[in-house]
Design a protein around this ligand. Structure first.
Ligand SMILES: CC(C)(COP(=O)(O)OP(=O)(O)OC[C@H]1O[C@@H](n2cnc3c(N)ncnc32)[C@H](O)[C@@H]1OP(=O)(O)O)[C@@H](O)C(=O)NCCC(=O)NCCS
Length: 206
């Protein structure tokens, strides 16, 4: 483990990620890399370069990718994994993890999240503020579960799917890869086709 953490992405999501990293008290220094020249420091976390500058820090820092877009986050993380960077996972001190839960690297678990027994969370996922992921769920790589989402027990969420804010997924439901679930949706049946689903009960719109 390194004494430095480099966070790629200094936007709104990056700030929340930096806040968690600081609260974990695990790194002596935390910095951002961002390609946007308007990117600003946040609470003492400075922007020290662009993404292409990652190589400078490869041997002295852990890395985390704080980009909300699932495919962009996956692309950058896959590059880091291929080049054998050390990629961290970030877990807010207030979250509750049940027994036999596994969380892979590149994933952030935000404030107030509950992940219950025997759930598996893949690489590069976002479990956003105050979501509940109950027992025996399988959350594949690069999934984003937005704030206030409720996943009942034994839910499967396929790679790169995005579950919108405040939605609910009933027990045993399987959601295919690359699905978008709209804000406030209620999913009661398996979503077999990739696409966008909204409403109560959720129906495919695209
Ligand atoms: C589902 C979503 C991605 C669709 O966005 P979009 O592709 O830009 O779709 P549009 O806004 O053009 O809406 C298309 C239709 O779906 C409806 N719709 C969109 N989102 C909806 C929702 N959450 N619930 C019900 N209906 C919805 C619109 O009213 C519109 O209906 P119409 O064709 O009858 O007018 C978006 O509305 C959404 O819910 N995003 C989630 C946001 C979120 O969770 N943010 C958290 C960030 S941490």
């Amino acid at each position: 483990m390194s004494s430095k953490l480099i966070i790629i992405g200094a936007g709104g999501h990056g700030k929340v990620v930096a806040d968690i990293a600081l609260k974990m008290n695990r790194w002596e220094s935390v910095s951002f890399l961002d390609d946007n020249e308007m990117a600003k420091p946040f609470s003492g976390v400075e922007v020290v370069g662009e993404i292409k500058d990652s190589a400078k820090y490869k041997h002295e820092a852990d890395f985390f990718v704080a980009i909300g877009n699932n495919s962009r986050r996956a692309q950058i993380l896959e590059d880091l994994f291929r080049q054998e960077y050390s990629v961290a996972k970030l877990i807010h001190p207030s979250c509750i993890l049940g027994l036999d839960v596994t969380i892979e690297v590149g994933t952030v678990i935000m404030a107030g999240v509950v992940v219950n027994s025997s759930t598996r969370v893949g690489k590069g996922c976002i479990l956003n503020t105050h979501c509940n992921v109950d027992h025996d769920n399988i959350i594949e790589d690069y999934v984003h579960i937005s704030p206030g989402v409720n996943l009942a027990g034994t839910v499967f969420v396929g790679r790169s799917s995005w579950i919108g804010v405040g939605s609910s997924i009933s027990n045993g439901v399987k959601i295919n890869c690359d699905c978008i679930i709209g804000a406030g949706a209620v999913v009661i049946n398996d979503l077999i086709e990739s696409g966008t689903y909204v409403g109560v009960p959720a129906k495919k719109i695209g």
